[in-house]
Design a binder for this molecule. Structure first.
Ligand SMILES: CC(C)(COP(=O)(O)OP(=O)(O)OC[C@H]1O[C@@H](n2cnc3c(N)ncnc32)[C@H](O)[C@@H]1OP(=O)(O)O)[C@@H](O)C(=O)NCCC(=O)NCCS
Length: 188
């Protein structure tokens, strides 16, 4: 639907946000098997190799079909893998969600916020998605801080089971934002 994955990228001051390549597997695998990264993603449990491959495949398909995905975040100068950030499908129930994972050694330097602002701008301005949510555990203060910094507001507090997912009684908070480019009053 959009340009080829090899030539497409988004740019921030420090990063490139780009589609996935098969060579991202080892770097992403290190993240997805790190209990500190997975603490609020999968209750600290590592993803299997199969799930890691399936995630990458899903991002490739999403990019081709919709023009967005959970982008690879790459350092612009060193060209190393910093993490991921972008829009995916929170399934079930199937709404669009923005999310972020940053490698532990880079935490606390504004990386997630910088990448999220860029992914958000692309999703709202270029793709024109009407609305985005972001879901996390209420204890994940770093992720909630990113949500606040990019303008999201809390809409719901409940349990993962409310979205028909397990573990049913895992506490979650849902933040959201409407696309301001679609909802602002027309210019005269
Ligand atoms: C969430 C995550 C992506 C944040 O990455 P990051 O690059 O460190 O984020 P930023 O530096 O842009 O912003 C983090 C903010 O959280 C704040 N923060 C961090 N820990 C905090 C805590 N325990 N309490 C309150 N605020 C906290 C930081 O101070 C910072 O805010 P500030 O810039 O106003 O000081 C990173 O912690 C991560 O990858 N976690 C594991 C994966 C994950 O949980 N992803 C979200 C799944 S829903």
């Amino acid at each position: 639907m959009y340009s080829s994955p090899e030539s497409f990228f988004l740019e921030t001051e420090r990063f490139l946000l780009r589609p996935w390549k098969s060579s991202d597997y080892p770097n992403f695998s290190r993240l997805a098997k790190n209990p500190q990264i997975m603490r609020f993603v999968n209750q600290g449990k590592p993803w299997s190799d199969k799930r890691i491959r399936s995630f990458i495949h899903k991002q490739e398909k999403l990019f081709w079909k919709e023009g967005y995905c959970r982008w690879v975040v790459e350092d612009k100068i060193k060209r190393n893998f910093v993490g991921l950030c972008g829009v995916g499908v929170f399934d079930p129930p199937g709404f669009l969600e923005i999310g972020w994972w940053i490698a532990k050694r880079f935490w606390g330097q504004g990386y997630a916020t910088e990448a999220a602002r860029c992914a958000l701008e692309h999703a709202f301005r270029k793709i024109r998605v009407p609305h985005l949510k972001s879901v996390t555990n209420p204890v994940n203060k770093a992720s909630i801080a990113v949500m606040h910094k990019i303008g999201f507001q809390q809409k719901m507090s409940g349990f993962l089971g409310d979205y028909l997912r397990s573990p049913k009684y895992l506490p979650i908070v849902t933040y959201s934002l409407d696309n301001p480019y679609l909802h602002s009053s027309p210019q005269k």
